[in-house]
Design a protein around this ligand. Structure first.
Ligand SMILES: *Cc1c(COP(=O)(O)O)cnc(C)c1O
Length: 222
């Protein structure tokens, strides 16, 4: 099933869009099945779970961290993580920079923005982003590299609302590119779209989509 699901999704997305297979809560055997079908990019949202899976799975997998990252858990993923999608405070970025320095790495990160109507979703607003990117502290960070933005739309059937939120994230991306990253080609990623809304996200300019249940089936959190 996993193999067929992957094949179907990959056939339907443009080659300019990268598929992150969100494997949180799923057993290693499911990830191995996706790997055997050619998938190399996996997304996880718990640091220890990602570390444990990294230890036992093939080393050419690229691990993307997509969940809320607690500062005391950063150390578990910094040695190997490929991209952190979920930088949602200046403090977190600072802490990632510090840990990356210990490992002599430059870690790629996205800034997560709050674009949904729900209060519960994490993320920066524009004012916080300007404060962060304009700060001397940010300019001094040599072990992180900001590659773009990430956001989650409201959980709703209202397609117009979802589209509006993705358009908003795209505007945020363009504004930051002009204001802080002009001439920096690494600032190119817009991570948006999940199982239920990735086709809309792609229409609105997503470069990375994060798809879990449409690949691996529904999650059981018990
Ligand atoms: C779980 C999760 C996804 C994938 O969700 P699905 O609806 O299963 O595709 C994408 N992004 C984030 C941040 C997630 O936590």
């Amino acid at each position: 099933m996993i193999k067929e699901n992957l094949k179907k999704i990959k056939a339907a997305i443009p080659s300019s869009v990268t598929l992150v297979a969100v494997s949180k809560t799923k057993p290693v055997s499911d990830l191995q099945e996706a790997y055997d079908a050619g998938q190399r990019i996996f997304g996880e949202n718990h640091a220890l779970e990602m570390r444990d899976k990294h230890e036992v799975l093939p080393k050419d997998i690229q691990w993307h961290f997509i969940g809320h990252l607690q500062t005391n858990k950063i150390k578990y993923i910094i040695p190997f993580v490929t991209l952190i999608h979920s930088i949602d405070t200046a403090n977190l970025l600072e802490a990632v920079n510090k840990e990356a320095k210990k490992h002599d790495r430059v870690v790629d990160c996205l800034l997560q923005f709050h674009i949904a109507q729900e209060e519960t979703k994490f993320g920066l607003d524009m004012e916080e982003a300007h404060q962060l990117l304009g700060s001397e502290a940010f300019k001094a960070m040599e072990n992180v590299r900001i590659c773009g933005v990430m956001g989650m739309a409201t959980f709703t059937d209202d397609e117009a609302e979802i589209r509006k939120e993705f358009k908003h994230l795209k505007e945020i991306f363009e504004t930051l590119k002009t204001d802080y990253f002009a001439g920096q080609p690494q600032f190119k990623e817009i991570s948006m779209g999940m199982s239920e809304d990735y086709p809309i996200a792609i229409e609105e300019g997503a470069t990375l989509i994060r798809v879990g249940s449409k690949i691996f089936g529904a999650r059981n959190y018990n």
